[in-house]
Design a protein. Structure first.
Length: 248
Protein backbone atom coordinates (compact mmCIF):
# COMPACT_ATOMS: atom_id res chain seq x y z
CA UNK A 1 0.00 0.00 0.00
CA UNK A 2 1.35 3.39 -0.99
CA UNK A 3 1.31 6.13 1.63
CA UNK A 4 0.93 9.87 0.98
CA UNK A 5 1.33 12.66 3.55
CA UNK A 6 -0.34 15.99 2.90
CA UNK A 7 0.34 18.97 5.14
CA UNK A 8 -2.55 21.42 5.53
CA UNK A 9 -4.72 18.63 4.18
CA UNK A 10 -7.98 19.29 6.01
CA UNK A 11 -9.40 21.86 3.62
CA UNK A 12 -8.98 23.54 0.25
CA UNK A 13 -6.25 22.24 -2.05
CA UNK A 14 -4.97 19.82 0.58
CA UNK A 15 -8.33 18.13 1.07
CA UNK A 16 -8.80 17.86 -2.69
CA UNK A 17 -5.36 16.23 -2.89
CA UNK A 18 -6.34 13.73 -0.22
CA UNK A 19 -9.49 12.71 -2.07
CA UNK A 20 -7.63 12.41 -5.37
CA UNK A 21 -4.82 10.31 -3.88
CA UNK A 22 -7.29 8.03 -2.13
CA UNK A 23 -9.14 7.54 -5.41
CA UNK A 24 -5.80 6.57 -6.94
CA UNK A 25 -5.32 3.85 -4.31
CA UNK A 26 -3.10 5.57 -1.73
CA UNK A 27 -3.40 5.50 2.04
CA UNK A 28 -3.86 9.16 2.97
CA UNK A 29 -2.21 10.83 5.96
CA UNK A 30 -3.05 14.45 6.73
CA UNK A 31 -1.74 17.06 9.13
CA UNK A 32 -3.40 20.39 9.81
CA UNK A 33 -3.64 22.99 12.58
CA UNK A 34 -7.45 23.05 12.33
CA UNK A 35 -8.76 20.36 14.63
CA UNK A 36 -12.39 20.98 13.69
CA UNK A 37 -11.64 20.54 10.00
CA UNK A 38 -9.68 17.36 10.72
CA UNK A 39 -12.72 15.95 12.50
CA UNK A 40 -14.73 16.31 9.28
CA UNK A 41 -12.32 14.28 7.14
CA UNK A 42 -13.23 10.83 5.78
CA UNK A 43 -12.73 8.09 8.37
CA UNK A 44 -10.47 6.21 5.97
CA UNK A 45 -7.87 8.97 6.26
CA UNK A 46 -5.30 9.09 9.03
CA UNK A 47 -4.94 12.56 10.48
CA UNK A 48 -2.90 14.38 13.09
CA UNK A 49 -3.32 17.91 14.40
CA UNK A 50 0.06 19.55 13.94
CA UNK A 51 1.56 22.87 12.94
CA UNK A 52 3.69 22.68 9.78
CA UNK A 53 6.45 24.64 11.53
CA UNK A 54 6.54 22.31 14.55
CA UNK A 55 9.58 20.20 13.69
CA UNK A 56 9.02 17.62 16.42
CA UNK A 57 5.42 17.07 15.30
CA UNK A 58 6.41 16.66 11.65
CA UNK A 59 9.17 14.22 12.54
CA UNK A 60 6.78 12.18 14.71
CA UNK A 61 4.17 11.89 11.97
CA UNK A 62 6.70 10.69 9.40
CA UNK A 63 8.13 8.19 11.89
CA UNK A 64 4.63 6.86 12.49
CA UNK A 65 3.96 6.46 8.77
CA UNK A 66 7.17 4.52 8.27
CA UNK A 67 7.45 4.06 4.50
CA UNK A 68 6.41 7.32 2.87
CA UNK A 69 5.90 7.18 -0.90
CA UNK A 70 4.59 10.69 -1.65
CA UNK A 71 4.92 13.92 0.31
CA UNK A 72 2.75 16.89 -0.55
CA UNK A 73 4.23 19.88 1.29
CA UNK A 74 1.14 21.99 0.95
CA UNK A 75 0.94 24.15 4.10
CA UNK A 76 0.71 27.86 3.45
CA UNK A 77 -1.00 31.08 4.41
CA UNK A 78 -1.88 34.06 2.25
CA UNK A 79 -0.14 36.60 4.45
CA UNK A 80 -0.87 40.31 4.33
CA UNK A 81 -2.26 42.10 1.29
CA UNK A 82 -0.55 45.49 1.41
CA UNK A 83 2.13 47.67 -0.13
CA UNK A 84 5.60 46.62 0.97
CA UNK A 85 6.07 49.74 3.09
CA UNK A 86 2.91 48.92 5.03
CA UNK A 87 3.82 45.32 5.94
CA UNK A 88 4.77 44.67 9.56
CA UNK A 89 7.85 42.56 10.15
CA UNK A 90 5.85 40.14 12.29
CA UNK A 91 3.41 39.55 9.43
CA UNK A 92 6.29 39.06 7.00
CA UNK A 93 7.94 36.48 9.27
CA UNK A 94 4.70 34.59 9.88
CA UNK A 95 4.01 34.27 6.16
CA UNK A 96 7.54 33.18 5.26
CA UNK A 97 7.65 30.76 8.19
CA UNK A 98 4.58 28.76 7.22
CA UNK A 99 5.10 28.83 3.45
CA UNK A 100 8.85 28.19 3.37
CA UNK A 101 9.95 26.74 6.69
CA UNK A 102 6.94 24.43 6.75
CA UNK A 103 8.00 22.94 3.41
CA UNK A 104 11.62 22.67 4.53
CA UNK A 105 10.85 20.92 7.82
CA UNK A 106 8.60 18.22 6.42
CA UNK A 107 10.96 17.59 3.49
CA UNK A 108 13.90 17.40 5.89
CA UNK A 109 12.30 14.54 7.80
CA UNK A 110 10.77 12.82 4.77
CA UNK A 111 14.10 12.60 2.95
CA UNK A 112 15.73 9.95 5.19
CA UNK A 113 12.59 7.78 5.09
CA UNK A 114 12.46 7.97 1.30
CA UNK A 115 16.20 7.31 0.98
CA UNK A 116 15.82 4.17 3.05
CA UNK A 117 13.10 2.96 0.68
CA UNK A 118 15.04 3.98 -2.42
CA UNK A 119 12.08 5.80 -3.89
CA UNK A 120 9.66 8.65 -3.34
CA UNK A 121 8.08 11.78 -4.76
CA UNK A 122 7.95 15.20 -3.14
CA UNK A 123 5.41 17.71 -4.39
CA UNK A 124 5.74 21.24 -3.05
CA UNK A 125 2.90 23.73 -3.40
CA UNK A 126 4.36 26.99 -4.66
CA UNK A 127 2.32 29.57 -6.58
CA UNK A 128 2.37 31.63 -9.73
CA UNK A 129 3.42 34.33 -7.26
CA UNK A 130 6.64 32.31 -7.12
CA UNK A 131 7.12 32.72 -10.86
CA UNK A 132 6.08 36.30 -11.55
CA UNK A 133 5.79 38.08 -8.21
CA UNK A 134 2.61 39.88 -7.24
CA UNK A 135 1.97 43.49 -6.19
CA UNK A 136 0.64 43.85 -2.63
CA UNK A 137 1.80 40.28 -1.76
CA UNK A 138 5.53 40.72 -1.06
CA UNK A 139 6.03 38.13 1.73
CA UNK A 140 3.91 35.52 -0.02
CA UNK A 141 5.68 35.99 -3.34
CA UNK A 142 9.12 35.93 -1.70
CA UNK A 143 8.32 32.70 0.16
CA UNK A 144 6.87 30.99 -2.90
CA UNK A 145 9.93 31.89 -5.00
CA UNK A 146 12.06 30.37 -2.24
CA UNK A 147 9.95 27.18 -2.27
CA UNK A 148 10.98 26.71 -5.90
CA UNK A 149 14.64 27.08 -4.95
CA UNK A 150 14.14 24.51 -2.21
CA UNK A 151 12.49 22.13 -4.68
CA UNK A 152 15.33 22.47 -7.21
CA UNK A 153 17.84 21.64 -4.49
CA UNK A 154 15.83 18.65 -3.25
CA UNK A 155 15.64 17.31 -6.79
CA UNK A 156 19.43 17.49 -7.15
CA UNK A 157 20.22 16.07 -3.73
CA UNK A 158 17.67 13.26 -3.73
CA UNK A 159 17.59 12.22 -7.38
CA UNK A 160 20.48 9.75 -6.98
CA UNK A 161 18.35 7.93 -4.38
CA UNK A 162 15.38 7.49 -6.72
CA UNK A 163 13.45 10.42 -5.22
CA UNK A 164 11.82 13.08 -7.34
CA UNK A 165 10.84 16.64 -6.35
CA UNK A 166 8.60 19.04 -8.23
CA UNK A 167 6.65 22.22 -7.51
CA UNK A 168 3.09 22.99 -8.49
CA UNK A 169 2.27 26.66 -8.99
CA UNK A 170 -1.47 27.21 -8.69
CA UNK A 171 -2.89 30.41 -10.08
CA UNK A 172 -5.96 32.03 -8.57
CA UNK A 173 -7.81 29.13 -6.94
CA UNK A 174 -11.52 29.34 -6.24
CA UNK A 175 -12.17 29.16 -2.51
CA UNK A 176 -12.18 30.95 0.85
CA UNK A 177 -8.49 31.94 0.87
CA UNK A 178 -8.74 33.66 -2.50
CA UNK A 179 -11.97 35.33 -1.45
CA UNK A 180 -10.05 36.95 1.40
CA UNK A 181 -7.37 38.17 -1.00
CA UNK A 182 -10.03 39.57 -3.35
CA UNK A 183 -11.74 41.43 -0.52
CA UNK A 184 -8.51 42.97 0.75
CA UNK A 185 -7.33 43.93 -2.72
CA UNK A 186 -10.74 45.46 -3.52
CA UNK A 187 -10.41 47.62 -0.40
CA UNK A 188 -6.90 48.76 -1.38
CA UNK A 189 -7.95 49.62 -4.94
CA UNK A 190 -11.37 51.05 -4.11
CA UNK A 191 -13.09 48.47 -6.34
CA UNK A 192 -15.76 45.82 -5.98
CA UNK A 193 -14.87 42.20 -5.32
CA UNK A 194 -16.36 41.20 -8.69
CA UNK A 195 -14.22 43.73 -10.55
CA UNK A 196 -11.05 42.41 -8.92
CA UNK A 197 -12.12 38.83 -9.68
CA UNK A 198 -12.67 39.72 -13.33
CA UNK A 199 -9.25 41.35 -13.46
CA UNK A 200 -7.54 38.22 -12.17
CA UNK A 201 -9.39 36.03 -14.67
CA UNK A 202 -8.54 38.43 -17.49
CA UNK A 203 -4.86 38.04 -16.62
CA UNK A 204 -4.92 34.43 -17.90
CA UNK A 205 -5.12 33.28 -21.50
CA UNK A 206 -7.95 30.90 -20.55
CA UNK A 207 -9.83 33.70 -18.74
CA UNK A 208 -10.49 31.51 -15.74
CA UNK A 209 -9.68 30.77 -12.13
CA UNK A 210 -8.66 27.19 -11.33
CA UNK A 211 -10.15 24.78 -8.81
CA UNK A 212 -8.58 22.79 -6.00
CA UNK A 213 -9.36 19.67 -8.03
CA UNK A 214 -7.24 20.93 -10.92
CA UNK A 215 -4.26 21.23 -8.57
CA UNK A 216 -4.96 17.88 -6.90
CA UNK A 217 -5.02 16.07 -10.24
CA UNK A 218 -1.55 17.41 -11.04
CA UNK A 219 -0.26 16.33 -7.63
CA UNK A 220 -1.47 12.78 -8.22
CA UNK A 221 0.24 12.70 -11.61
CA UNK A 222 3.52 13.95 -10.14
CA UNK A 223 3.32 11.34 -7.41
CA UNK A 224 2.70 8.51 -9.87
CA UNK A 225 4.96 6.24 -11.90
CA UNK A 226 3.67 8.02 -15.01
CA UNK A 227 5.93 10.90 -13.92
CA UNK A 228 8.89 8.67 -13.05
CA UNK A 229 11.39 10.92 -14.85
CA UNK A 230 9.72 14.24 -14.10
CA UNK A 231 11.82 16.00 -11.45
CA UNK A 232 13.05 19.48 -10.70
CA UNK A 233 10.14 21.00 -12.59
CA UNK A 234 7.98 24.05 -11.92
CA UNK A 235 4.50 23.28 -13.24
CA UNK A 236 1.86 26.00 -13.28
CA UNK A 237 -1.80 25.06 -12.98
CA UNK A 238 -3.18 28.48 -13.68
CA UNK A 239 -4.94 28.73 -17.02
CA UNK A 240 -1.71 30.31 -18.33
CA UNK A 241 -1.04 33.55 -16.51
CA UNK A 242 -0.28 36.25 -19.05
CA UNK A 243 -0.25 39.23 -16.73
CA UNK A 244 0.16 38.79 -12.97
CA UNK A 245 -0.92 42.39 -12.38
CA UNK A 246 -3.90 42.87 -14.72
CA UNK A 247 -4.81 46.45 -15.44
CA UNK A 248 -8.39 47.08 -14.55
Amino acid sequence: MSHVLITAGASGIGRAMGAAFEAAGHTVWVTDVDGAALAELPRTWRSRQADAVDEAAMAAVIAEIGTLDVLCANAGIAGPTALVEDIALADWRACVSVNLEGAFLVAKHAAPAMKAAGRGAIVLTSSTAGIYGYPNRAPYAAAKWAVIGLMKTLAMELGPFGIRANAICPGAVEGPRMEGVLAREAAIKGMTRDAVYAGYAAGTSMRSFVTAQDVADMAVFLGSDAARLVSGQVIAVDGHTENPDPKF
